[in-house]
Ligand binder design. Structure first.
Ligand SMILES: NC(=O)c1ccc[n+]([C@@H]2O[C@H](COP(=O)([O-])OP(=O)(O)OC[C@H]3O[C@@H](n4cnc5c(N)ncnc54)[C@H](O)[C@@H]3O)[C@@H](O)[C@H]2O)c1
Length: 329
């Protein structure tokens, strides 16, 4: 059984690639390296550089490697950018995923795991967001992902493919063994940006909005360690292989941290102070997104190992220091 990992040279995908290697699971990566990095991937893992919508390339991989499951990470991920250039997001996230799903069906791929996002919920009022909470995405990014969920649901019904949709809340941290981490230039993830500020690679950290109806006025998010997140994918694959039905699962820890909580933790863990500037809200940022994780914990054989904000920040900070020392990653 060989697994295709799209976007396997990206931040989350590279952690998945290492987890596959650690478990002696045969896998092939397909990545166009638009934001991914070849140096984040295990050296002996097969990597095809190409686009997920390049049909001859994808067909060759599916056929030559007899792919039985696809874990689909590839896509564009920046919410404000999706508001500026929405059609790029509908092309890269929605339309290209349609091509990939169609080829998966054509070649009899059995299982499909899709990287979805808490952005499908939008500005929900639910203090803990369940999978059934209202879907009202506040950005083209969220809509581009929700449409893929619908396509998967319909394709599964018609063609018998089984799927797990994993809706990530905020992903952060890095491989505890230091083999990979978030390396994208100009990344917008708060914990990475704060670590960059702590190391003096940014002059300051911007806080977007301080009058949200939260305890300290800043946005609240549920930060999940990337190592625990990819383990949820591994468990989701086992779940589908055992013949269980299609599922949609929130991935978080079920606990919120505010922007100011994160800043305080980064300063404490890194030992560095840095300037923080308060600016206006950004479009498309919900007030609070915290997962109800009952389904994750009850459906999958998943036990989180890094459920602690300080641990998560420590791994992110260690990786950020390493990035500064090496030009290879
Ligand atoms: N990082 C988060 O907090 C977060 C939260 C929710 C959902 N997600 C989802 O997780 C997935 C992975 O995100 P990430 O943070 O690792 O991003 P990333 O940018 O690091 O990884 C995406 C990878 O996909 C590759 N890629 C992009 N378009 C491609 C294409 N058309 N063909 C082949 N390869 C392509 C890129 O080169 C990159 O390696 C995305 O689908 C994203 O929407 C991420």
């Amino acid at each position: 059984m060989t697994i295709l990992i799209t976007g396997g040279a990206g931040y989350i995908g590279s952690h998945m690639s290492w987890l596959m290697q650690d478990n002696n699971q045969d896998a092939v990566i397909l990545d166009d390296l638009s934001t991914g990095n070849i140096n984040l991937v295990p050296r002996n893992m097969r990597l095809v550089v190409g686009d997920i919508a390049d049909e001859p390339t994808v067909e060759r991989i599916l056929r030559d490697h007899q792919i039985s499951a696809i874990i689909h990470f590839a896509g564009k991920i920046v919410v404000p950018e999706s508001i500026a250039v929405p059609l790029d997001y509908y092309r890269d996230n929605t339309s290209k995923s349609r091509t990939l799903i169609a080829l998966a069906v054509k070649h009899g791929v059995k299982h499909f795991i899709f990287s979805s996002t808490a952005a499908v919920y939008g500005d929900t009022q639910d203090p803990l967001v369940t999978e059934e909470s209202e879907k009202n995405p506040a950005s083209p990014y969220g809509r581009s992902k929700l449409m893929v969920e619908w396509m998967l649901q319909d394709a599964a019904q018609a063609h018998g493919l089984t799927y797990a949709v994993l809706r990530y809340f905020n992903v952060a941290g890095a491989d505890p063994q230091g083999r990979t981490g978030q390396s994208t230039r100009n990344a917008t993830h708060l914990i990475k940006v704060a670590c960059e500020a702590a190391l003096g690679r940014r002059p300051e950290l911007l806080v977007y909005g301080t009058d949200y109806p939260t305890a300290d006025g800043s946005c609240v998010r549920d930060y999940i360690h990337v190592a625990d997140l990819v383990d949820a994918h591994y468990q989701a694959l086992n779940y589908l292989k055992q013949g269980y039905p299609n599922t949609v699962i929130n991935c978080g820890y079920g606990r919120g941290a505010s922007v100011f909580d994160v800043i305080e933790t980064v300063k404490r863990v890194s030992g560095y102070d840095f300037p923080v500037r308060l600016v206006d809200k950004r479009a498309g940022d919900p007030t609070s997104l915290v997962a109800n994780t009952s389904k994750l914990r009850s459906t999958l054989d998943w036990v989180p190992r890094n459920d602690n904000l300080a641990t998560l920040v420590r791994h992110a900070f260690e990786w950020e220091k390493k990035l500064g020392q090496s030009s290879s990653a």
